[in-house]
Design a protein around this ligand. Structure first.
Ligand SMILES: [Zn+2]
Ligand SMILES: [Zn+2]
Length: 748
């Protein structure tokens, strides 16, 4: 009886493998060799919240499996990220703990990195960065000034979403159902000076490129389409008084003759020319200064202002011009025809507004109102400044004489005081004379620094870039490093389905930086060649929350079951496009499989050398070994294709199926001969080693330990080249022990 190894000790095996990886620097992004395929696998950039949650585990388990697979294929892989460390969540956490956010962020990041290492994620940890680092936000300021120079950032006294509770403006992305994403209080629209990012110049290109993004999954493309909010229709130029014309849009091309009014967005560029009547002006000012609850979105409650003006409609009649934010929510900052017969919301507005004519006159349309093909995008410019402390200082000085003056590039960074303990009230930067009082860069007179900071959404616009630059070179040439050409575009972004907004705006800024110069080599202006979005992890059918007491703690799971089991369970439990409703079943499945494979493999590795050499028996079972070869070839072909598509749940399933087939081979040999001959035993060992290699991207610690036990030497080449389905090796079919190549295509 051979001695079987003790049952799998995940903690010990995982610690040993992680130590070996780190000692050898296995995951440092290499300089790609000439002609070597390369892949920058970009995981999501976590907030420094202090804790990995199951959504992170899902994200990184998928990305890690893909990165490991690409490395095993011989490709140069960069798998790196930075923390999204500025912003409200960190500031609020620091307020709660009465400490400077910088300290909270540093501690949280360290803790999360420890969790990632314990889970065995193969990041290039030397490349990790924090968006709140001075060397990092200096480049956020550079980006701000660069976009400002290009006319893509502007300051406007404009309507913004405002949360009374958080005392800050919010980006549209941060408003969910009219409520603050953070505190869920109702959001108001108010008017205040705010910095905006102009995205309109790139909306059409973002739209057009979608068809060419072949390695983007449906979920990620769907988010991009949703954010664009494209509506196809027609537009017409309508004549107003004093020679003014107004271009109006409608998706109801067949019903333009039935239009009864025109709706103008409060953000329409020519709005001022249409709202001159004092009563209407007053109403508009009230609307803009916050009289309107954001939640009053539907046509029955949404504010509508009668400008008193009219334009000549397509049917020749007079159409009253109203102003309403309803337009923005549907077609962006434009003007739209109100057609009650074609549109329910228009019907509701028409009934509310007394000046709406009942019937259109029976007159021929004027030639000036010839409809032409048009489209509108709901996506529009968004605010990037916040009245908050914990963010990138905006490199602007306000001078009474010169106005808003950019800080010269060579004076960057504008340093954020790091010793502030925010209380949650007001903006602490405004109360710091050492920050606020400066000389105007232009005239030298006393002036005031901008005390708004950039929303972390702005930092995120380029958060995918720094990992591609060696840390020691980032200070000098973040945006012109030659490695950018090597790694960009990122081969694959793996991120949660709630990252659509970030990705959309990153795509906009990439195009801007292409046109400005630094990213000119990205011809289509796309930061990500491929993209996989995954849904969230919930428990008991509900979003995890402390309040519901259904939070699953990854640390606890890893402590009890080991990292490989947790990773395999998360990958197996659902395909990326499905919400993962967590339950222990997945853990039990993963545990049973891994322990079964471990025990079975160890037993057969140990027994192989003692199996008797028996030529007659070997000849009798040759057809079974050949069948095993086919199964292996088919299995590897499937698993390879699963991994290429980042469909890791299928890869797990196909690995477990292959294991069943390997066991089935043994069973059939035993049924036929009663024992395994040396040839059979060695074929079995070869098949198990092959299985371990295929498993390595998914459960790397255990898989590598099995390979070592099978007789392979530990080292950087432990996994060997990725097995090719057409040359699956089977040992033991001839006396010279030469590997026998079974040439089998995936279809056989
Ligand atoms: Zn709030
Ligand atoms: Zn000045």
């Amino acid at each position: 009886m051979t001695t079987e190894k003790a049952t799998y000790d995940a903690g010990a095996v995982e610690a040993a493998r992680q130590e070996a990886w780190s000692r050898r620097g296995d995951f440092e992004a290499p300089a790609p060799a000439e002609g070597q395929p390369r892949a920058y696998v970009k995981p999501s950039s976590p907030f420094t919240s202090g804790n990995l949650h199951m959504g992170h585990v899902r994200d990184y388990a998928i990305g890690d499996a893909y990165a490991r697979f690409r490395r095993a294929r011989g490709d140069a892989v960069l798998f790196g990220f930075g923390f999204d460390a500025f912003g409200l969540p960190a500031e609020l956490a620091a307020i709660e703990r009465r400490e400077p956010p910088a300290e909270w962020v540093g501690r949280s990041g360290e803790r999360m990195l420890g969790q990632m290492r314990r889970l065995g994620f193969s990041f290039d940890y030397d490349r990790v960065f924090y968006s709140s680092d001075e060397g990092q936000y200096r480049w956020s300021q550079w980006l701000f000034l660069t976009l400002l120079e290009a006319g893509l950032i502007y300051r406007d006294d404009a309507t913004v979403d405002w949360c009374d509770h958080c005392q800050t403006t919010l980006a549209a992305l941060q408003v969910e159902d009219g409520r603050c994403w953070r505190c869920h209080n109702e959001v108001r629209l108010i008017r205040r000076p705010t910095w905006f990012l102009r995205i309109a110049p790139y909306l059409e290109e973002n739209d057009r490129n979608l068809d060419g993004l072949e390695d983007w999954d449906e979920l990620s493309l769907a988010t991009q389409r949703y954010i664009l909010g494209r509506t196809d229709g027609v537009e017409l130029d309508l004549s107003g008084p004093e020679g003014r014309t107004l271009t109006v849009f409608t998706p109801h091309r067949g019903s333009v003759g039935e239009a009864r009014f025109v709706l103008l967005s409060p953000r329409h560029p020519a709005l001022e020319r249409w709202v001159s009547e004092p009563g209407a002006r007053a109403e508009l000012d009230e609307l803009r200064s916050g009289g309107w609850e954001r939640s009053a979105r539907d046509a029955a409650a949404v504010p509508v202002i009668d400008t008193g003006e009219s334009v000549a409609g397509p049917a020749g009649d007079e159409l009253p011009v109203f102003v309403s934010p309803l337009v923005d929510a549907r077609y962006g900052p434009t003007a739209a025809l109100g057609i009650p017969t074609a549109d329910e919301a228009d019907g509701a507005i028409g009934r509310r507004m007394p000046r709406t004519p009942d019937e259109p006159p029976a007159r021929a349309p004027s030639s000036s109102a010839e409809p032409r093909e048009a489209k509108r995008y709901r996506a529009s410019d968004f605010s990037i400044s916040r009245q908050r402390y914990w963010g990138t200082p905006i490199p602007i000085v306000h001078c009474e004489r010169c106005g808003a003056v950019p800080v010269p590039f060579e004076e960057l960074p504008v340093r954020l005081p790091r010793d502030i303990e925010p209380t949650g009230e007001g903006n602490p930067l405004a109360e710091r004379p050492d920050f606020v009082d400066v000389a105007c860069p232009r005239c030298g007179e006393p002036a005031r620094r901008e005390t708004d900071t950039l929303d972390c959404h702005f930092d995120a616009l380029w958060l995918w870039i720094p990992a591609a630059v060696p840390p020691e070179d980032r200070a000098e040439k973040m945006f012109e490093h030659p490695d950018l050409r090597r790694w960009l575009p990122a081969e694959r972004l793996v991120a949660g389905s709630d990252s659509g907004g970030f990705v959309f705006d990153q795509r906009v800024v990439t195009k801007a930086l292409r046109d400005i110069g630094p990213l000119s080599f990205l011809e289509d202006g796309e930061p990500f060649a491929g993209c996989l979005f995954h849904e969230m992890v919930i428990a008991g059918g509900r979003k995890m929350s402390k309040h519901l007491g259904n939070v699953v703690d990854p640390d606890e799971l890893v402590e009890r079951h080991g990292a490989d089991t947790v990773r395999l369970a998360v990958l197996y439990a659902a395909g990326p496009a499905k919400t993962l409703n967590w339950n222990d079943g997945a853990i039990r499945f993963a545990r049973r499989f891994l322990l079964g494979l471990w025990d079975y493999s160890q037993k057969h590795f140990a027994a192989a050398e003692e199996a008797p050499v028996d030529a007659e028996a070997a000849a009798d079972t040759e057809f079974l070994r050949e069948r095993l070869g086919k199964w292996c070839a088919n299995g590897i072909a499937r698993i390879t294709s699963d991994l290429e598509d980042l469909q890791m749940h299928r890869a797990v399933r196909d690995v477990t199926r292959l294991f069943e087939r390997v066991q089935d081979f043994e069973k059939r040999v035993l049924e036929r001969r009663g024992a395994l001959s040396r040839d059979d035993a060695e074929a079995l060992v070869a098949a198990l080693a092959l299985l371990a290699r295929a498993l390595a991207p998914l459960a790397p610690h255990l898989a590598e330990e099995l390979l070592i036990a099978s007789g392979r030497e530990d080292g950087p080449d432990l996994l060997g080249p990725w097995p090719d389905a057409t040359d699956v090796l089977l040992i033991g079919n001839n006396e010279t022990k030469e590997p026998r190549v079974a040439s089998l295509g995936p279809g056989e």
